[in-house]
Design a protein around this ligand. Structure first.
Ligand code: PLP
Length: 376
């Protein structure tokens, strides 16, 4: 038996998405920039996808910029805001995905924008008072806060962050890579200026995503060449990826409520079973249904001689998970998130992450194997 509990890393493709993409690959080979009928039909399909996505996040179609995924979307937004919108300060948190953190650090190192890190709690919650202090000290900043942390699942109250951002004329970008497709996201209700999305986190294709860029923010060319994507991102569009992205987001939104109910119940079951079976276990990050992703559970294991080998042992037993130690001592590898929330180095953090194909049998099997490899 093989159990896949690494859905925060990536998810298997939905067969309906495969079918939509196969149709494009087979029948819509035209270049969307071409003037002729075959090109126009490809362009038409791309714009239908854009409209569908815009509708799902309550934006305008012209605010959707197709990218190769979350990393590129984060880069275009952060670098674009610094290059074209006069941003001189970036406020972010120490537990952001590296797509945000390294990009912001790069802007800082090059002297293009100064980086400020907001304080977080040991559960990964943003200190909103500190955010307010930073925003007030550096009005006009770009604030980058991920909607939910990909390693520990702690969620950010984006509405609160956007009130603070607006009060100090700041722009708000949220990396919603771990929440789009799992939670209803309305850019107006949340007051976002930008967001980043990646299709492969919700049963869509790898290498496809988008950046939401509010129309009032005029970002110029980020990749130069042709005039595609309103001149911001040159290059012939990845049409099958775009269609797969729109299809997977559409399907995800249509099953969201039942998926949330099912996966929240499985997460709770896994927490209960693990707490019973493994002495000394704790959970990293917030674990309440309101404050954390229902797709992610980060287990903090008491010191074990196997250390990070536990992951390999689980793999041998047929369980795919991910994780690691904090390594705050500065060793080359380790999780910057676990280090920032002060997980002790000697404990191992294992991330189990769930998707729409996860079953109760998977959970029970994984816990049984976890208990086995720990007691060996
Ligand atoms: N942001 C977050 C929070 C993620 O979890 C990931 C993927 O792991 C990314 C960004 C990068 O997305 P992509 O793989 O589409 O570049």
């Amino acid at each position: 038996m093989r159990v896949y509990l690494d859905n925060a890393a990536t998810t298997p493709l939905d067969p309906e998405v495969v079918s939509a993409m196969t149709d494009v690959l087979t029948n819509f080979y035209g270049n969307p920039s071409a003037q002729h009928a075959i090109g126009r039909s490809a362009k038409g399909l791309m714009e239908v996808s854009r409209r569908k996505i815009a509708e799902l996040i309550n934006s305008k179609p012209s605010e959707i910029l197709f990218t190769s995924g979350g990393t590129e979307a984060d880069n275009i937004i952060i670098r674009g805001a610094v290059k074209y919108l006069g941003v001189k300060h970036i406020i972010t948190s120490p537990i952001e995905h590296h797509a945000v953190l390294f990009t912001a650090e790069d802007m800082d190192k090059k002297g293009l924008a100064e980086l400020h890190l907001v304080n977080i709690s040991d559960k990964g919650e943003i200190d909103m008072d500190h955010l307010e202090q930073l925003a007030s000290a550096y009005p006009g900043s770009l604030i980058c806060l991920m909607h939910a942390n990909n390693e520990i699942g702690t969620m950010v109250d984006l509405k609160k962050a956007s009130v603070i951002a607006k009060r100090h004329n700041c722009l708000l970008h949220s990396d919603t890579v771990q929440t789009l497709g799992h939670y209803k996201i309305d850019v107006e209700e949340l007051g976002l200026d930008f967001l980043a999305c990646s299709a492969h986190k919700f049963n869509g294709p790898k290498g496809s995503g988008f950046a939401y860029i509010r129309n009032i923010h005029k970002i110029g060319p980020m990749i130069t060449g042709g005039g595609q994507e309103k001149n911001m991102r040159a290059g012939t569009e990845n049409l099958h990826g775009i269609v797969g992205l729109a299809k997977s987001l559409e399907i995800s939104n249509s099953i969201m409520a039942e998926k949330q109910k099912k996966l929240q119940a499985l997460k709770t079951l896994m927490m209960d079973l693990i707490s019973k079976e493994i002495p000394g276990v704790t959970f990293n990050g917030v674990t309440t249904p309101e404050g954390s992703l229902y797709t992610v559970l980060n287990v903090s294991l008491p010191p074990n001689p196997a250390g990070e080998m536990l992951l390999f042992k689980l793999d041998i037993e047929g369980v795919c998970a991910s994780g690691g130690s904090a390594c705050s001592s500065g060793a080359s590898k380790g999780s910057h998130v676990l280090a920032a929330i002060h997980q002790p180095d000697e404990r191992t953090g294992l991330r189990f992450s769930f998707g729409k194909y996860t079953t109760e049998e998977d959970i029970r099997y994984a816990v049984e194997k976890l208990r086995k490899v720990i007691s060996e």
